[in-house]
Design a protein around this ligand. Structure first.
Ligand SMILES: [Zn+2]
Length: 258
């Protein structure tokens, strides 16, 4: 299993890398489409995986009105994957923009014919429009038509519980049938409806997440840039151990560390 950390391709992310380079196996960067700063990550002697720009940068494969921007974002991602020799590109499927959204998104992504794409599940209620690919059922047509894999984001799948008449463990188990080998993991709270917290924060059952991950997987921490905490998070994912000397941000998960 390889455990890495996610970062934006900005100066803040760049400055964080030296602090975790001895602990993380790889980094996942999100190249920003409006500058070339991501190329500077070549300074690090480290495996780099790519996450395509997404809604935050104005990309949305399902939105007719965003075609130009989405194209620019996808080209940036593909160029970055070529540059860093990344065998995977994580792609958000997009948001619901009316009837036919899923097919529009699939048709848009199909034109790249890129076997490196891993479609990431999004939370069902991320914003007012609603997200595509929030359940295994919604994800299936992407996988089938594009012939690609998925990136299973545990936090997004967990928060999807709020919008579906299903528990998050069932939502995750259904995704596991799509055979993911690449994961995003983080802590968070169902009660507070938040994710992207440190792994030991809140009420997500991270012991359950850990059990889902196959041995040959790539696991990306989408947690705050706190090097000391990320070191412990990596240790936990790899060995199931948690350093008792640093039990901050740690609330309801005690059972699984014992
Ligand atoms: Zn994610």
């Amino acid at each position: 299993m390889k455990v890495g950390i996610k970062t934006y391709s900005d100066e803040k992310g760049y400055n964080h890398i030296p602090k975790i380079i001895d602990y993380a196996d790889f980094i996942e960067i999100l190249p920003l489409p409006d500058n070339d700063f991501y190329k500077q990550f070549a300074d690090f002697d480290m495996e780099i995986r790519i996450h395509a720009p997404h809604q935050g940068q104005g990309a949305d494969p399902a939105d007719r009105n965003a075609v130009k921007r989405t194209m620019q974002c996808m080209k940036t991602a593909i160029g970055a994957a070529d540059l860093f020799d990344s065998p995977t590109i994580v792609v958000h499927p997009g948001t619901y923009t009316g009837v036919g959204s899923t097919m529009r998104a699939i048709e848009f992504l199909k034109q790249f014919n890129d076997g490196r794409f891993l479609i990431e599940n999004l939370p069902a209620e991320c914003n007012e429009k609603g997200e595509l690919g929030s359940t295994a059922e919604d994800m299936a047509p992407f996988v089938k038509t594009l012939g690609c894999g998925i990136c299973l984001d545990f936090g997004h799948a967990t928060l999807t519980e709020h919008a579906k008449a299903k528990g998050y463990k069932q939502i995750i188990n259904e995704f596991m049938r799509l055979n993911p080998k690449y994961f995003h993991i983080m802590g968070g709270s169902i009660k507070e409806n938040i994710d992207h917290k440190n792994l030991f924060y809140g009420d997500f059952d991270i012991g359950f997440f850990k059990e889902c991950i196959p041995r040959d997987a790539y696991v990306v921490l989408e947690t705050p840039h706190d090097a000391g905490m990320q070191k412990r998070e990596i240790e936990f994912i790899k060995k199931g151990k948690y350093s008792k000397t640093a039990v901050f941000g740690f609330r309801k998960c005690r059972g699984i560390f014992e």
